[in-house]
Write a protein that binds this ligand. Structure first.
Ligand code: FNR
Length: 371
């Protein structure tokens, strides 16, 4: 279907399912076990309702914000998703170019199909990029990757902490992964790669399950980049990250691809805001310790619910993969334009001229049933 018929982010998924190669669709769309968490990631947003305000003069509205101190045209970023070339020959560069055009931040994955330097080189002067890190068992390799990222101007290091072992994505496992593009496996930096059980397994065997809280001191000693843990799933760990002096956490279950029955990020957000408020007197959104959420975000209304509940910004993954798999750069461009238009309209309808006006009182999250 022509791009003009795409009206929302869900539409990209429907198109991608029809046009993508089976193997790529299996890798992008799959989630762990019975795929209950991936379903609930989006469904959780359906349980939150708005309490809009009226008569607020919304002639002009502004949905820009700052993320880790950097300007973003919207309270969202393009999160890290591996293997961009499975969906399109330009892979992650589609995201870099669209991010530049729309003034949003891209998080570059460790397991990108394009090389890290290629993605950084494709950025416009001043364009902000983050880096997602899978910690290698060989810490010298990790150190080299981190220091190179810092040298290349990366503005935030997001350490993935929810994947000591890759989850079972059975849709993906049924596809034998024989990389037609050898760069995909080479980057994993490991021998003994098992290619018989899907893309995820083939590329992830180097990840260190020994990663633990003591390692944070070492990370601080090798880089000045702000450190953020990606994949925090309860307030206890968010508190530990705060006490360790980190810059923030991403409340995430990895798009439902790791532990099935892990809770959605938006549910975790509510308990983290409450407990860190009570225990450390923190108010959110907070400049010094920023909360991010990802998983199942498909509409600006989803983003605004997270912002109202205290998130600085949210990450969006699959919709952009489906967009470039179906339409290349133009797809991602259109996806961001759709979100842009949705923000404008929804801020007006909420009675919130700016992102700062999107306050907790604007949502009713009581149906989340948080204890
Ligand atoms: C991911 N995600 C991910 N996360 C990470 O830390 N490192 C990675 O390499 C990947 N790779 C990856 C591949 C694919 C195909 C997907 C769909 C996801 C997880 C990602 O950063 C994010 O947590 C979720 O994608 C957010 O959920 P949505 O927006 O996809 O629903």
């Amino acid at each position: 279907p022509p791009l003009s018929e795409v009206l929302n982010l869900h539409d990209f998924e429907a198109v991608a399912r029809q046009v993508m190669p089976e193997k790529a669709w299996a890798y992008y769309s799959s989630a762990a076990d019975d795929e209950i968490t991936i379903r609930e990631n989006h469904a959780a947003y359906h349980r939150i309702w708005f309490r809009p305000r009226i008569m607020r003069n919304v002639t002009t509205v502004d949905w820009s914000t700052t993320i880790l101190g950097h300007r973003s045209s919207m309270p969202l970023y393009i999160t890290a998703t591996a293997l961009g070339k499975l969906g399109h020959p330009d892979g992650e560069l589609n995201l870099t170019r669209a991010a530049a055009k729309h003034g949003v931040i891209q998080m570059i994955p460790t397991l990108a199909s394009c090389s890290f330097d290629e993605i950084v080189d494709a950025a416009q002067p001043g364009q902000v990029q983050f880096f997602q890190l899978y910690v290698n068992k060989d810490r010298e390799i990790t150190k080299r990757i981190v220091q190179h990222a810092e040298k290349r101007g990366i503005k935030g290091l997001f350490i993935t902490v929810d994947a000591p072992q890759l989850g079972r994505r059975e849709k993906d496992m049924r596809m034998k992964f024989e990389a037609d593009d050898p760069s995909e496996v080479k980057k994993a930096g490991s021998d003994g790669v098992d290619r018989s059980q899907g893309a995820a397994r083939a590329i992830s065997s180097f990840i260190d399950p020994g990663l633990n809280w003591d390692d944070l001191k070492w990370f601080k000693s090798i880089t000045k980049m702000p450190l953020i843990l990606k994949g925090v799933q309860c307030w206890e760990d968010a508190l530990e990250a705060y006490d360790a002096g980190l810059a923030g956490v991403v409340l995430s279950n990895h798009g439902g691809r790791q532990l099935d029955f892990a809770r959605s990020g938006i549910e975790i957000l509510v308990e983290v805001v409450r407990e860190l408020g009570e225990r450390r007197g923190l108010k959110f959104p907070n400049e010094k310790f920023q909360l991010f959420v990802d998983g199942g975000v498909r509409r600006a209304t989803d983003v605004l619910k997270a912002v109202a509940l205290g998130a600085t910004a949210v990450g969006v993954g699959r919709p952009f993969l489906y967009a470039f798999s179906s339409y290349g750069f133009e797809g991602v461009d259109k996806a961001l334009q759709i979100l842009h238009d949705e923000f404008e309209m929804n801020l007006r309808l909420l009675g919130a001229p700016t992102i700062k006006d999107v306050v907790p009182e604007m949502v009713d999250a009581s149906n989340l049933g948080i204890h």
